[in-house]
Design a protein around this ligand. Structure first.
Ligand code: APR
Ligand code: PHB
Length: 392
């Protein structure tokens, strides 16, 4: 089998790349080790920057997004049992949209199907070879049969546990990694959200976030100890802790409901530099992971794919490799901006378990007051939250 761009991984990054390439007349094959239903049901953060929604609309994926996406013009910070609003749109002219990542994936799969795109789900023994030469290949066992896909290029969109990153030889790339002493327990609850805008709360017991998915479904998170098993968190303990951390003195109440899903995710910052080697290009979580506090993961992945799709288009239309060669450099500025903002939001809002004398907690409260009182500081948060872009 031959294709122009072989894509490993059918998450948002791989599927979007395949879709954008198709629109430029470039052939691709996507190879995914999980089942289609697994990929469609995976619950992930769902906050889209305006740049992300603009791109999805421009490439024909705007219909359900317009119908079901919840457009937000502000975000709420809660501490000392009081709520403070950051007016995102007033400060930046931009909005953010709550739209579950599963919906993005569903829309992309539907678009690939409508265009007869080749996406192999349930692929076993996926491997990649020859990325430093002229004819890289993806090998896999598909429906019990070994398949070899010869490609012009390979896009490694296989997430944080993928195989493509290892194709860049040690010594050629550097992996920057930072672990946080926090994890997030995330729940999906069948209850109308108790808020119209996202609430990020700082509390002595730790961080809490009230997000939403639809008029009937709420998404909530609690900072937990990364070593704590999910069994320690029966549903009522989760609600009690959410009530404590999100509690206010202004009469606001948090409605409880049945939990549809719950899981714990550790928090890490990871960046691989460079994001390319020979004919291999890494994108999305395969190249970098951000802690979820700034909701940047999907947005940075989409930004990578926009640069990569344009670079492939330039190669196939004009035989010009400059943009492919400059891919990593073009992406990394934004990646590090997102890392810094995510780190900043994370350290502002989480209780550090080693902060026994509460010095950090005092500093955090001071920073929160400054961010909510000073228009300059609020604008700094806002312009990063909606997606900071530069022309260089
Ligand atoms: N072979 C084939 N597919 C693989 C392999 C492999 N060896 N390893 C991993 N995959 C698949 C995973 O099963 C997954 O479906 O690659 C896909 C990677 O998708 P994501 O993890 O969703 O990563 P990405 O597409 O980069 O999306 C970034 O995901 O982590 C979230 O919140 C983050 O929103 C961000 C987004
Ligand atoms: C979510 O809705 O899942 C979400 C929102 C904002 C975040 C992280 C996750 O910062």
């Amino acid at each position: 089998m031959r294709t122009q761009v072989g894509i490993v991984g059918a998450g948002p990054a791989g599927l979007l790349l395949s879709h954008l390439l198709h629109q430029q007349g470039i052939a691709s094959v996507v190879v995914e080790r999980r089942s289609e239903s697994y990929v469609q049901q995976r619950v992930r953060a769902g906050l889209l920057e305006q740049g992300t929604t603009d791109l999805l609309r421009q490439c024909g994926l705007g219909e359900r997004l317009a119908a079901e996406g919840l457009v937000h013009e502000g975000v709420l910070l809660r501490f000392d049992r009081c709520t403070h609003r950051i007016p995102l749109t007033e400060l930046t002219g931009k909005t953010v949209t709550v739209y579950g990542q599963q919906k993005v994936v569903e829309d992309l799969i539907a678009a690939r199907r409508a265009a007869d795109g080749t996406v192999f789900f349930d692929a076993d023994e996926v491997s990649v070879a020859g990325v430093a030469g002229d004819r890289p290949v993806i090998r896999a066992v598909i429906e019990g049969r070994p398949v070899e896909i010869e490609c012009d290029f390979i896009a490694g969109c296989d997430g944080s546990h993928g195989i493509c990153r290892d194709q860049i030889p040690a010594g050629v790339h550097t992996q920057f990694e930072h672990d946080y002493p926090f994890a997030w327990l995330g729940v999906l609850a069948k209850v109308a959200p108790s808020t119209d805008e996202l609430i990020y709360a700082f509390h002595g017991n730790g961080f809490a976030l009230h997000s939403l998915r639809s008029p009937e479904v709420s998404r909530l998170y609690l900072q937990v100890d990364p070593s704590e098993p999910i069994e320690n968190w029966p549903d009522q303990r989760i609600w009690d802790e959410l009530q404590t951390r999100l509690g206010t003195d202004d009469g606001w109440t948090l409605a409880e409901g049945p939990l549809l899903e719950k899981g714990i995710t550790a928090m890490r910052s990871v960046v691989t530099e460079p994001m390319q080697h020979g004919r291999l290009f890494l994108a999305g979580d395969a190249a970098h992971i951000v802690p979820p506090t700034g909701a940047k993961g999907l947005n940075v992945a989409v930004a990578d794919i926009k640069v990569l799709a344009e670079a492939f288009a330039s190669w196939y239309a004009h035989g010009n490799r400059d943009r492919l060669d400059g891919y990593s450099q073009a992406c990394l500025r934004r990646v590090w901006r997102a890392q810094d903002f995510s780190y900043w939001m994370t350290t502002m809002l989480h209780r550090d378990p080693d902060d026994t004398d509460e010095v950090l907690a005092r500093l955090q409260l001071s920073r929160l007051r400054y961010v909510t009182e000073s228009p300059a500081a609020a604008r700094t948060l806002a312009e990063n939250y909606v997606g900071y872009t530069t022309s260089t």
